[in-house]
Every structure is written in structure tokens, then in C-alpha cells.
Design a protein around this ligand. Structure first.
Ligand code: AMP
Ligand code: FES
Ligand code: ZN
Ligand code: ZN
Length: 309
């Protein structure tokens, strides 16, 4: 396998692009492609201040690395969830995020959920669900709330997350098999801020396969947490990823085409009425002031009230 650019030894073969590259050219190709996606989806410009949500995983740390390489002004935000999982998952993620920031002289905000709300994510989940179910929905709600609040309070222009193509295709698959039109209308590489207090959100890595991001992080020698969150094991999202990987194995490019065809259909007006409807029905939470679809308090504040009861 030879690098298409220099004829040297290729380290990765991307069947969906019919492209093999050596280390040097791969490490150039990923930032070049990211810049293309940023421009294509009008994500942000060099004047914008970007807040990158970093989990300590390969995607978000690589995203931060790529954005700073491309010359963007990007600070990080790490949210400590208090998840132990037998291997100190949250502590290790925080350590690697801090180490990454320090080694590159970057600025990282750290918000600790247990310190701020008096309970870890698993504890919050036990209190709200009374011991049933996984903490993932409580975790998602809390992360979204903190990310939006931090970005708005610190006057960033945009919040960037490290979602890759496998993440996006799995969400799309889940939303499609249940025809969740509201979620489908909102799934996009860019979520505009249509309400005061709502931050613009972007996913610059949404067209890269998970294996491409793993290869980038390894070749770029980024130290990241290899383990998934312990609660992700057996999740629907992992099951959908496995199904899509089976499809991809037989039809290279199927995952990318599934996602890109969806974006094209949306551009052509699919779900347009649903997204206008959602946009006009946002309220302001009476307690925290963040935008919400609920009439009084937002879902996050109602959850905090419930766990403190
Ligand atoms: P996940 O929801 O775990 O698939 O993560 C998706 C994206 O959310 C990551 O790529 C990060 O950008 C962001 N993220 C996840 N966990 C955290 C965290 N603990 N702190 C900050 N950002 C996070
Ligand atoms: Fe939140 Fe797993 S439960 S990262
Ligand atoms: Zn090469
Ligand atoms: Zn609220």
C-alpha cells in the first residue's frame, strides 16, 4: 500500500475515498479536510472565539489540536462527571485533558459536577431514576446545560464538539428507525442560536470516520483515554454503530453516504416545517435563564430540584 501523494509507505487506506496516505501526508490531510468542512458549513471564522468541549477522548482532543494548528482561537472546556467505573474514568479524562492543554499552553476551563451540584452523575441518576436505568440521559442533559452556560457566560462565539461520522450516523439511524422528526430536524453539523442565551454549536469532525480520528490521534501522538465511558457498554448507540459497521464492511462509503444524503435531503427541505416550528416555540427557564422548550423551568433545573428533594 503506497501513499498517493509521495509513493512512500501508506499507514492508512480509506476505501470510501479510494485514498491511501503515509503518516506525514495523513497528518496534513486531516486538518485540510477539517478546514474544508468548516468553510463548507460556514462554522466559524478566524475572528471567532471557539470553546471546544473536551472529554479527554481521541475526537475532542484531536479537534482541539487541529483547530489550533489551523490558527483558530480555541479554548477548552472539561466537565468532571464523577464517573469512576473501577478505573477512575473521569479523573483520568481530566488528567489527560489538563496535560494536553498544559503541554501546548492552551487555556482549559474545568467544571466539576460533584462540586457544583453536590452529586456525581451516577448519584444524580440514582436519585432521579430511583436506581433504575443508566445515567446516560442525566449525563447528556447535564453536559448540554453546562456547555451552553459556560460558552454563553464567557462570551464565546461558538461551541465545538468532537462528534465524528460514526456518532452522527448512529444518532441518525436511531432517529430514523423511530421517525423522530423533531430530532431529525435538529441534527446538523451546525446548530444556529435562534434564541437569546443559546450558543451556536458546531461539529467540525462530523465527516470523519471514527477509525480516521483514532489514526490521527495516534499518529499525532496525542495521549487520550482509550476506554469508553463504563456506562456506554451495551448502549443502543454502540449497537447501531456495530450494525452500520457491518453495512460499511460490505459497502465501503455506506456510512458517509447515509449521513451526507440525509444532509442533502434536509437542505432540499425535508423536515423544514418541523425545524421552524421548534425554533418559534422556545422559552426562557424561570430558574437558570437558559432556553428551553418547557413552559416554566428547563429539564435540567427540574432534575436538580428533584434530586435535592
Ligand atoms: P459523547 O457524548 O461522549 O459521545 O461525546 C461527544 C462530544 O461531547 C465529545 O466529542 C466532546 O466534544 C463532548 N464531551 C463529552 N464528554 C465531555 C466532558 N466530560 N467534558 C466536556 N466535553 C465533553
Ligand atoms: Fe455520561 Fe457515560 S454516562 S459519559
Ligand atoms: Zn506521503
Ligand atoms: Zn433552568
Amino acid at each position: 500500500m503506497k501513499c498517493r501523494k509521495c509513493g512512500g509507505k501508506a499507514v492508512i487506506n480509506m476505501r470510501q475515498h479510494k485514498l491511501s496516505l503515509c503518516t506525514e501526508h495523513y497528518l496534513d490531510w486531516i486538518p485540510e479536510q477539517t478546514e474544508r468542512f468548516i468553510t463548507k458549513y460556514r462554522m466559524f471564522s478566524p475572528q471567532d472565539r471557539i470553546l471546544v468541549a473536551v472529554s479527554g477522548g481521541k475526537d475532542s482532543l484531536s479537534l482541539w489540536d487541529i483547530l489550533t494548528q489551523l490558527g483558530y482561537q480555541a479554548d477548552g472546556l472539561y466537565i468532571g462527571l464523577g464517573i469512576d467505573g473501577g478505573n477512575g474514568y473521569s479523573d483520568l479524562s481530566q488528567h489527560l485533558s489538563e496535560q494536553f492543554a498544559e503541554s501546548r499552553g492552551l487555556s482549559l476551563h474545568v467544571v466539576s459536577v460533584p462540586e457544583e451540584f453536590g452529586a456525581t452523575i451516577p448519584e444524580m441518576s440514582t436519585r432521579t431514576l430511583r436506581g433504575k436505568g443508566k445515567p446516560c440521559s442525566v449525563c447528556g442533559l447535564t453536559k448540554r446545560h453546562i456547555m451552553n452556560r459556560m460558552a454563553v457566560e464567557s462570551s464565546y462565539d461558538v461551541l465545538a464538539t468532537g462528534h465524528n461520522l460514526d456518532d452522527e450516523a448512529a444518532v441518525l439511524f436511531g432517529n430514523t428507525i423511530n421517525w423522530q422528526t423533531g430530532f431529525l430536524a435538529r441534527q446538523s453539523p451546525v446548530l444556529e442560536a435562534h434564541h437569546p442565551g443559546l450558543m451556536r454549536k458546531v461539529k467540525p469532525l462530523c465527516r470523519f470516520y471514527e477509525r480516521e480520528m483514532a489514526a490521527y490521534a495516534i499518529l499525532q501522538k496525542i495521549e487520550y483515554v482509550y476506554e469508553e465511558c463504563p456506562y456506554a457498554i451495551g448502549s443502543k448507540s454502540i449497537y447501531y454503530k456495530e450494525l452500520l459497521n457491518q453495512l460499511e464492511a460490505e459497502r465501503p462509503g455506506a456510512k458517509l453516504s447515509f449521513y451526507l444524503s440525509f444532509l442533502k435531503a434536509k437542505d432540499e427541505g425535508l423536515f423544514a416545517s418541523k425545524s421552524t416550528q421548534d425554533r418559534t416555540s422556545l422559552n426562557t427557564c424561570h430558574n437558570c435563564g437558559q432556553p428551553t422548550t418547557a413552559p416554566g423551568e428547563c429539564a435540567f433545573c427540574r432534575m436538580i430540584t428533584a434530586i435535592n428533594r
